[in-house]
Design a protein around this ligand. Sequence first.
Ligand code: FES
Ligand code: FES
Length: 184
Amino acid sequence: MAKTVLIRLDVNGEKRELAVPSQRTLLEALRYDLGLTGSKQGCDKGDCGACTVLADGEPILSCITLAADAQDRRITTIEGLAGPQGLDEVQRAFADCGALQCGFCQPGMMLSARALLNSCPKPSLDQIKHALSGNLCRCTGYTKIYEAVQVAAGMRAASDRKPVQSERAEASDSVAHAPKEFAP
Ligand code: FES
Ligand code: FES
């Protein structure tokens, strides 16, 4: 049976004390012991970045970090990103740019973006791509995400691109659309 250990975490500015199995990951402690479900459990093996949180301002993968090893660090989850003034610029920019679809990657993506802007307030596109390269998104195609980081950095305005109009598809089987007559 797993040994239980007593740990102290500093999460979003609050000190929390928990008794957890010694192999409890930080992600499990956040989601299942503290109820902070903003950090997502994607691959659970360090590949997708959905579980990204900040430790002393640096992005880390909470699914491959033991909760016990996070004790001496200031942990910030997506729940702690907004401040007394409201949403963080990164959150606002992602919303303004429509840089999200299903939202599963977004907490990790936004925290990686925040860490980048804290260390490099005016990043180049290559720096943005590099900083977010550990965060996978299966919906957006990344373009709007990169744009959102530039908007959050004050380097451009959110574009007012109209949504792409899809063209009316040809009927795949014109015969099927022709009115049919049935003999009584
Ligand atoms: S859930 Fe942690 S990297 Fe995928
Ligand atoms: S918005 Fe769905 S995975 Fe990124």
